[in-house]
Design a protein around this ligand. Structure first.
Ligand SMILES: Cc1cc2nc3c(=O)[nH]c(=O)nc-3n(C[C@H](O)[C@H](O)[C@H](O)COP(=O)(O)O)c2cc1C
Length: 308
């Protein structure tokens, strides 16, 4: 009888070894602690916390979430406690868990991003994920993530202020994602993660009003998975740094598809809002998937899409 050993789930991102490729996506998993009744936080590869800015942000007025076919739109407006409270109140909550936390940062100028990176450099977070889908107020409100020059500049500025691995989270609201991935790589990024939400809109025909107070919002969930897979594949073909896949992931099979497209790890987002325990279940079912398919090392799947 052949006894199958336990598959090796470890992956490496910028010199940092992650226990498995399953992470949670920013904004869908609070600061981690809130999900501890539903998921063994220590079983996850990493937890990405809600986006943090220098000053606290109140976010947008409601309604700021609306369900759409196979997905949802959100216009939360990056509500968060600000970096001071994050360090004094949130970090002590997750320090007690033997799991890696990634802080997601956002800013409205290059200076704000670099100040945040500097402030968090001696914190116990494992890596910094930089949300570049935010408007640059000094450049007329154009999002950093749609201009390769600005994406490059913000990456360089963050890298200069931290010794931690830097993950640049790309916006899908661009014509060519590979140009943005390359801009991040050339700026010194250790990895890129993608995709953030796609700009969308929902209208109530009866009231003739937009369903979100902000009028437009970010589309997420299974509806965006084919777009995310295509962009992960394009980005992974364009750069040599690891790619973290995000978008509509709900099952271990979804994870495998992203790894085949070239992702080294994945983040689970909207699925957490449907079932708060799903990220832990995906880790378990990924192990079963590997065992059933005689795959000893999860890294064997990365980029092994058969296009013939
Ligand atoms: C309610 C909500 C809040 C989010 N907040 C953030 C955020 O603060 N920073 C960020 O980079 N992405 C944020 N995102 C985007 C997700 O992290 C993820 O990139 C996106 O939802 C696509 O993945 P999914 O389809 O699995 O949800 C948010 C998404 C949702 C649904």
């Amino acid at each position: 009888m052949v006894i199958m050993q336990r598959p090796d789930l470890k992956v490496t991102i910028g010199g940092w070894t992650v226990k498995n490729p399953i992470m949670t996506a920013s904004g869908t998993f609070g600061y981690g602690e809130e999900f501890s009744p539903y998921v063994n936080l220590e079983a996850l590869g990493a937890i990405v916390v809600k986006g943090i800015s220098l000053q606290p942000r109140p976010g947008n007025p409601p309604p700021r979430i609306v369900e759409t076919p196979c997905g949802m739109l959100n216009a939360i407006g990056l509500e968060n406690v600000g970096v001071d409270k994050f360090i004094s109140e949130k970090i002590p909550l997750f320090k007690k868990y033997n799991t890696d936390f990634i802080v997601n940062i956002l800013g409205d100028s290059v200076d704000e991003y670099s100040a945040l990176a500097e402030r968090l450099d001696d914190s116990p977070v494992a890596a910094i994920e930089v949300n570049i889908s935010c408007p640059n107020v000094k450049k007329g409100g154009v999002a950093f993530g749609v201009d390769p020059k600005m994406a490059h500049e913000v990456t360089k500025a963050v890298k200069a202020k931290t010794t931690k691995p830097v993950i640049i989270k790309l916006s899908p609201n661009v014509t060519d994602i590979s140009i943005m991935a390359k801009a991040a790589e050339e700026g010194g990024a250790d990895a890129v993660s993608l995709i953030n939400t796609l700009l969308g809109m929902a209208i109530n025909h009866a009231t003739r009003k937009p369903r979100l107070a902000n009028i437009v919002g970010g589309l997420s969930g299974p509806a965006i998975k084919p777009i995310a897979l295509r962009m992960v594949w394009q980005a992974a073909s364009a750069v040599n740094i690891p790619v973290i896949g995000i978008g509509g992931i709900r099952t271990a099979e979804d994870v495998v598809e992203f790894l085949l497209a070239g992702a080294t790890a994945v983040e689970i987002g909207t699925a957490n809002l449907i079932d708060p325990g799903v990220s832990g279940q995906i880790v378990e079912s990924l192990k079963d998937y590997l065992k059933h398919n005689n795959i000893m090392t999860v890294t064997d799947l990365i980029g092994s899409l058969n296009t013939e």
